[in-house]
Design a binder for this molecule. Structure first.
Ligand SMILES: NC(=O)c1ccc[n+]([C@@H]2O[C@H](COP(=O)([O-])OP(=O)(O)OC[C@H]3O[C@@H](n4cnc5c(N)ncnc54)[C@H](O)[C@@H]3O)[C@@H](O)[C@H]2O)c1
Length: 411
């Protein structure tokens, strides 16, 4: 697809530095309230507006802000509140934590109003929505980051470091997944009256394929340099049959969806999704290179040439991971863990977002990541409906996927 003349790519986009980042939150459910809590501890972040359809959520979010001794935020509690948040002159960043189907629409309006956007996963549910994110970000030269927190987990960051230093050689194959036994949550989906709709269950009832691909794909796409020297070319995806086993969800989606992606450089990626079978939590995260191997679940282990057959675990593994520890872990883990335990990765993600905006730096992930990772929602559904037929990936960079060599996080 040819880029309109008035647009340029937004690779490594730099925008005007912001002394304070004034944030408008839209959607104040489980995820947003935790994010607001984190923002109370991040220098330069100010929550100036909060918006939801449920009054109780507004009250709870406001109480997090005021009990931290901060100025109360402006509140919006009606079906058009999200538009007024986007249009408000007191906001620099719109932080979107609504349900899947509304992410892209809100993000596009926010960018059209000149705001930067951070949006929850997946950023978009259709290819058209992915293109609308890319086009709007390019047209208005605004940041649009998908909040893929798994990219900030310790093992993933450390392995990214090792991959970039060549310790694993050329990464030939990777695997990432979201295998999470959510049967109970899907069956109840209640949240004590706070939830506006049962959006997750509703989506599973009407769709097949992989509706939640980004936790698995995100960290491996960064390690493999997707749109930073390589690109995902095509995908084949198959869904198993559906057996209801405790989630009471008469879903169209098969229990297990498995996809294989091939890249321009001839590398392969497997992505899986399953939330309706017994399974210990796993995002897989497997990297297989010409000099080494790494796998996080069920127990982290790596193997490195010349001893490529031997699994390195325990103390020996910790020493190697310590040697290649990513600077973000050193900077954010201690305080983040004290603040929110294992969710320190979210603290790292938000801290980096605010830091980059305040310093006019490119964000860690860009709108092309958001589009490339999210477009699997539609691609996997289309391929699985056709019995696993190969489907081409759109090139959201419009030919610019080879201009950058690997991931570089701005300092
Ligand atoms: N990154 C992660 O680890 C992670 C974990 C959980 C959820 N998520 C993502 O976060 C998002 C939110 O999940 P959640 O569990 O907080 O959901 P939730 O249902 O608890 O919250 C969504 C909120 O959005 C509000 N909302 C919906 N439409 C709105 C509108 N038009 N205007 C204003 N408010 C609106 C709802 O009233 C609700 O309070 C989802 O996209 C989900 O995929 C990410």
């Amino acid at each position: 697809m040819i880029r309109p003349k008035e647009q340029q790519n937004v690779l490594q986009l730099r925008c005007e530095p912001l002394e304070r980042v004034r944030i408008g939150f839209i959607g104040l459910g489980v995820r947003a309230k935790r994010a607001i809590e984190r923002m109370m501890h991040i220098e330069g972040a100010v929550v100036t507006a909060i918006c939801d359809l449920v009054e109780l959520n507004i009250e709870e979010a406001q109480s997090i802000i005021t009990s931290s001794g901060k100025e109360p935020a402006a509140t919006y509690c009606d079906s058009e509140g999200w538009m007024r948040v986007c249009e408000s002159p007191d906001i620099d960043l719109v932080y979107i934590c609504t349900d899947w189907l509304s992410h892209a629409k809100i993000a596009v309006h926010a960018m059209n109003c000149g705001k930067h956007v951070a949006l929850e996963v997946p950023a978009a549910m259709t290819i058209d929505e992915c293109w609308s994110l890319v086009d709007t970000a390019e047209k208005h030269r605004r940041h649009c980051i998908m909040l893929e927190n798994c990219c900030y987990d310790e093992f993933e960051l450390t392995l990214l470091n090792m991959a970039q230093l060549g310790v694993l050689g050329e990464i030939i194959h990777a695997e990432g997944s979201y295998l999470h036994d959510l049967r109970e949550r899907i069956a109840s989906n209640d949240q004590g009256g706070r939830r506006w709709t049962n959006w997750q269950t509703d989506f599973l009832k009407g769709h097949n394929g992989n509706p939640y691909p980004t936790h698995g794909l995100g960290p491996i796409a960064l390690a493999m340099g997707i749109h930073r020297g390589d690109r995902m070319n095509s995908i084949v995806s198959v869904s198993s049959k559906r057996v209801s086993c405790g989630d009471d969800c008469n879903a169209l989606s098969g229990n297990m969806n498995t996809s294989i992606i091939t890249t321009e450089k001839g590398h392969t990626i497997v992505v899986q999704h399953c939330v309706s079978l017994p399974h210990p939590y796993s995002r897989s995260f497997l990297l297989s290179g010409t000099k080494g191997f790494a796998q996080k679940y069920p127990q982290p282990h790596i193997a490195i040439d010349p001893d490529g057959e031997r699994a390195i675990t325990g103390e020996e593994l910790n020493n190697i991971l310590g040697e290649y520890c990513h600077p973000f872990v050193k900077t954010y883990k201690d305080f983040g863990e004290r603040l929110c335990g294992r969710r320190w990765i979210d603290y790292a993600m938000d801290s980096r977002l605010i830091y980059c905006l305040r310093n006019g730096l490119p964000l860690d992930m860009d709108v092309y990541d958001a589009a490339e990772w999210s477009c699997l929602v539609e691609l996997t559904e289309r391929s699985s409906q056709q019995g696993g037929a190969p489907i081409e990936f759109p090139d959201f960079t419009r030919g610019d996927w080879n201009r950058i060599n690997g991931v570089s996080f701005a300092e």
